[in-house]
Design a protein around this ligand. Sequence first.
Ligand SMILES: Nc1ncnc2c1ncn2[C@@H]1O[C@H](COP(=O)(O)OP(=O)(O)OP(=O)(O)O)[C@@H](O)[C@H]1O
Ligand SMILES: [Mg+2]
Length: 380
Amino acid sequence: MPDIAIRGLVKRFGTVVAVKDLDLEITTGEFVTLLGPSGCGKTTTLRCLAGLEEPDTGEIFFGDRCVFSSTRGVIVPPGKRGIGLVFQSYALWPHMTVFQNVAFGLSKKGLSRAEIRARVQEMLALLGLNGYEGRYPSELSGGQQQRVALARMVVTQPEILLFDEPLSNLDAKLRMTLRAELKRLHGEIGATTVYVTHDQLEALTLSTRIAVMKDGVVQQMGTPQEVYHFPGNLFVAEFMGNPTTNLFPAVVASAGPPARVALKWNPDVPLLLPDSKPLPEGAEVVVNVRPEDMGFSVEPRAGYLPATVYATLPTGAECITYGRLTPGGEEVVLKGPSEEYACLSPNQPFWLGLKRGNVFDAREGTLVTSFGFSPRKGGA
Ligand SMILES: Nc1ncnc2c1ncn2[C@@H]1O[C@H](COP(=O)(O)OP(=O)(O)OP(=O)(O)O)[C@@H](O)[C@H]1O
Ligand SMILES: [Mg+2]
């Protein structure tokens, strides 16, 4: 399986720069997700990899093979790139049965009929499509059609798999099932995979690494853990996580160690960062604490911020609780096991702790330090 290297990739559509000087190194057998809001350039990047879009400048290598170079005038057509593609729309051949759709790519590979039958049946079984061999695409649900599309691509064993939001037309339950199928498939075939989605849960659950994009630029490339717990900048911190993370504007009161940070919404309760590096005194910062990294107490507690419960939203195993800081009323969100949160009800006073998180430079938005993580896993 080849690795993928993208260097200095630029793609413009008229005055819109969809991809801006993008560099990406993807290791052999990795599952890399391009994640970001609508219009950030995910599909364009994937289409450049597939050869469906001609970049303005840059280079793309699959292993040692250059498949695109603006300076050397190389542009390998899609059919010669050794890739498999699955898009959001299924694009099955309507006049062929499920069996014929999946077998089509194999029939060109010189396999015997028995081998083709065996491989198609194995793939259909893997994707829960037993018994559907004789149906036509128009006789299938959206989820079934997408599974046929997956089977059809994977059965030919391409070295590079490219996916563009392949699950986004499916209902939530089916999406989860197919995520598991995709992860197992990738584990079994080990093809280098690039997957496009705007669904962060999908990215977190499937990927070996995630490239978070905004406005055609990669903001951070890292493992799901790194991107989630140690966001490289404020955009990534806010984009990742559901509900959206807590961001507290603050100022560095003393450099430390331990550094002391005064939250603008409540300077009376300083935040101490015992494991932080020294911070520049007086610097404007933003403290990020994920909802599940907030602690609470129903009694006043040293270092905890007074607040009142605004609303509790139990989701079964977990409870999302919105609070308002006292006295200013700024919104804070917490998440944790339902049993722990069962004692809270609206308008009740409670006290909030910032157990672990990150500190960002308020002006640049860049990560300055992280606190409360043990053992330290990278970050600043
Ligand atoms: N064929 C095209 N002609 C003109 N502009 C385009 C074309 N394709 C994409 N764009 C523009 O390029 C930018 C990036 O588009 P792209 O489709 O790559 O975004 P995306 O990240 O895949 O978004 P989504 O999550 O909505 O699919 C957008 O501003 C889009 O409007
Ligand atoms: Mg897209």
